[in-house]
Design a protein around this ligand. Structure first.
Ligand SMILES: [Zn+2]
Length: 106
């Protein structure tokens, strides 16, 4: 009798475990698909660019508020920098992000 209960508990744990693995797998796949939509190809060889990181205008010594995104081509080693000025909405988002990072640093 006790073995049946233990077996049932073990089976339930297995089912829950498998459920979480499947869910994790699908969320990773979904993330990949969503990321795939935001891609950019190399101007020279049309290969997909790899995002390296973002910097602020301040980091580059440029006046105003904005973001500089760095991308590079793994095929022909071209470097791409995208300069984007913040509009009011993005400005607010950036400020929120900054506040969040300040909070997390504390
Ligand atoms: Zn290239």
């Amino acid at each position: 009798m006790i073995f049946n209960i233990i077996a049932a508990i073990v089976i339930i744990f297995y089912i829950v475990f498998i459920f979480f693995i499947i869910r994790a797998f699908y969320s990773i796949e979904k993330e990949k698909r969503e990321k795939k939509e935001i891609t950019m190809n190399c101007w020279y060889c049309r290969n997909e660019l790899i995002w390296g990181g973002d910097h602020t205008f301040e980091d580059y010594g440029i006046d105003g508020e904005g973001i500089v995104s760095n991308l590079s081509c793994p095929k022909c080693e071209a470097d791409v920098e995208i300069y984007k000025k913040f509009d009011d909405v993005e400005e607010e988002k950036k400020k929120e992000k900054k506040n969040d990072t300040n909070k997390s640093n504390l």
